[in-house]
Design a binder for this molecule. Structure first.
Ligand code: GLV
Ligand code: GLV
Length: 324
């Protein structure tokens, strides 16, 4: 008998067929308390789940007593309680490699867009404001040769360092839990403490996962240490930055601008003050959202589920130790 799984994400037809070959699939739209209650019997039987979003914690695991593998279509897994999964012996798979370059592209796009005010001036052109020669009120600031600070030197941080250093002649500073020799040898990245990173960066690019340690890592005190000309870019997880403190810093000139792909609450509420600030570029969490990369993530998540349910957790596994 094929193992039963729950799918909570729309997949391309070929990937859906691949799942059907291996599993009995129950497809639902989202993973939340209502859908879990509606499909209680399917969750009772499920040995695997695959999708993105939702919250997988101890409460959820009680509803899925046979669960062996959770396969997330994402690199970030802050919506999973890994301790609870470990206690229950559930393997967590994710897609950390396929999206690296795409997310780094998004971060570079935010750097350029915020610095050159691309969105703001393009809107002025569309509004018919380009009538004579443009004045300084249309100008931005340079990106090339400025200091790019990277907070969190994982795969994405490294790909951003490559773009910034090789493409834009930017000196790279970084802070991470540990030094990264490849970033240092290939892209001349210099390790420094967080205070130095805050004080010296022209662009502070945050590429950290959300954990207890990184929650509100950047707040009022940290923003106060940044240059008033600095631009903050966040494409990791929203809650790494204290959003109220960021709004205050952007309003009172503590920092110059921000380019954000992630927020404390997503979708960003229409009432958010961030949306009223001209020095904010806000994107709808599209770091990995290209046709090619979203396909690749879904494909990897399907492969990960098939591999892990047959005991293979060599690749893309967050907690391989649970099978030991
Ligand atoms: C997107 O934010 C991801 O974690 O893949
Ligand atoms: C994450 O990228 C870290 O090393 O802190």
């Amino acid at each position: 008998m094929k193992p039963s799984i729950i799918l909570y994400k729309k997949l391309p037809d070929d990937l859906r067929s691949r799942l059907d070959e291996h599993f009995t699939v129950t497809e639902i739209n989202n993973l939340n308390a209502e859908t879990v209650a509606q499909h209680a019997e399917a969750f009772q039987q499920a040995e695997g789940i695959l999708g993105s979003g939702g919250k997988v914690d101890g409460e959820f695991l009680k509803k899925a007593p046979k669960l062996r593998v959770a396969s997330s279509v994402s690199v970030g897994y802050d919506n999973f309680d890994v301790d609870a999964l470990n206690q229950r012996g559930v393997v967590l798979m994710h897609t950390p490699t396929v999206l690296t370059d795409t997310v780094a592209d998004t971060m570079m796009a935010l750097v350029l867009t915020a610095a050159r005010r691309v969105v703001e001036v393009a809107e002025r052109v569309k509004a018919g404001e380009w009538q004579g020669s443009i004045g300084a009120d249309w100008f931005g600031v340079d990106v090339h040769h400025k200091k790019l600070g990277i907070l969190g030197m994982g795969r994405i941080g490294l790909a951003l360092a490559q773009r910034a250093h090789l493409g834009f002649n930017m000196p790279i500073l970084y802070n991470a839990r540990k030094q990264h020799s490849e970033a240092e040898t290939r892209f001349d990245a210099q390790y420094c403490d967080l205070d130095t990173l805050l004080k010296e960066s022209d662009f502070l690019c945050i590429s950290l996962p959300l954990t207890d340690e990184t929650h509100h890592l950047i707040g009022e005190a940290q923003l106060a240490k940044m240059k008033s000309s600095a631009i903050l870019i966040n494409a990791g997880r929203g809650p790494v930055v204290d959003e109220q403190a960021l709004i205050a810093a952007l309003k009172n000139g503590t920092i110059h601008a921000a380019g954000l792909d992630v927020f404390e609450v997503e979708p960003l509420p229409v009432s958010s003050e961030l949306l009223t600030l001209p020095n904010v570029v806000a994107l709808p969490h599209i770091g990995s959202a290209t046709h090619e990369t979203r396909y690749g993530m879904a494909r990897d998540a399907v492969d990960n589920l098939i591999a892990a349910l047959s005991g293979n957790v060599e690749k893309n596994c967050v907690n391989p130790q649970v099978l030991k």
